[in-house]
Write a protein that binds this ligand. Structure first.
Ligand SMILES: *Cc1c(COP(=O)(O)O)cnc(C)c1O
Length: 228
């Protein structure tokens, strides 16, 4: 019971912070979707989140989701599941059975694999991941290559390219990543894409101020992760 209250309180605090960022930037609260990233946390944590009113959850590994989601099959209403981590092409089929939207399409190869595996007459919602700061250790298209790649990917059947996603660099202050979020928004606008998945525990308010339509928040909702 104590746990339930704790998660509910954290969710409430996050919602208030999102609302304040919306107020500051003149945005409407309904334009920002909160995705609770449950990686590293057990199914029970997701249940607590759902009890606190959350309906959208994220995972970053297929294997972890494959173990966890069946334990949550009786959640009602059924949550929307977001794949936010790097996806290997050999896991696409499994991922499509688990997730409703894939945030992390980071190569033409992966896009083609999803297109081939998409169920008949379904267009899988996807976002294209952009490595805005061009960090060597991160996945994603460079800002430079994105327009041409996005155009090609949008022609593939079985995919519905809804927007862009980025993981901002780690910095000392969230304000330092503002240009990264601003750049992603500029790219999305120039491509006519609506969704902007940006902002995590350390930087979500800045992301909302810069136009995020989806924030992906783990630690601020579930607590610190014990693993890596
Ligand atoms: C883990 C993760 C998040 C959430 O990170 P927190 O810092 O726990 O809020 C968001 N997006 C991706 C891609 C992640 O891997």
């Amino acid at each position: 019971m104590q746990q339930v209250l704790t998660t509910a309180k954290r969710v409430e605090a996050v919602r208030l912070r999102i609302a304040e960022a919306c107020r500051i930037s003149g945005r409407s609260l309904g334009d920002v979707t909160l995705v609770a990233v449950a990686k590293g946390f057990p199914a029970e944590a997701v249940r607590e989140g759902a009890a606190a009113g959350l309906g959208q959850f994220g995972e970053n590994r297929v294997q972890e989701a494959q173990a966890k989601l069946p334990l949550l099959a009786n959640l009602s209403p059924r949550p929307t599941w977001h794949m936010v981590g790097h996806l290997q092409t050999n896991k696409v089929k499994t991922a499509l059975g688990l997730f409703d939207i894939i945030h992390s399409v980071d190569s033409p190869h992966l896009a083609e694999a999803i297109s081939r595996r998409a169920p008949q007459s379904v267009r899988v919602p996807v976002l294209l991941e952009v490595n805005v700061a061009e960090e060597a250790a991160k996945h994603g298209f460079s800002a430079e290559e994105l327009p041409a790649q996005a155009e090609a990917i949008r022609r593939l059947p079985g995919l519905d390219v809804r927007g862009l996603m980025t993981v901002a660099p780690m910095t000392e202050s969230p304000d330092q990543v503002r240009p990264v979020f601003r750049r992603l928004r500029g790219l999305a606008e120039s491509l006519g894409l609506r969704e902007l998945s940006m902002g995590m525990t350390d930087d979500f308010e800045v992301a909302v101020e810069e136009g995020a339509t989806i924030v992906r928040i783990g630690r601020a909702i579930f607590g610190e992760r014990s693993g890596p």
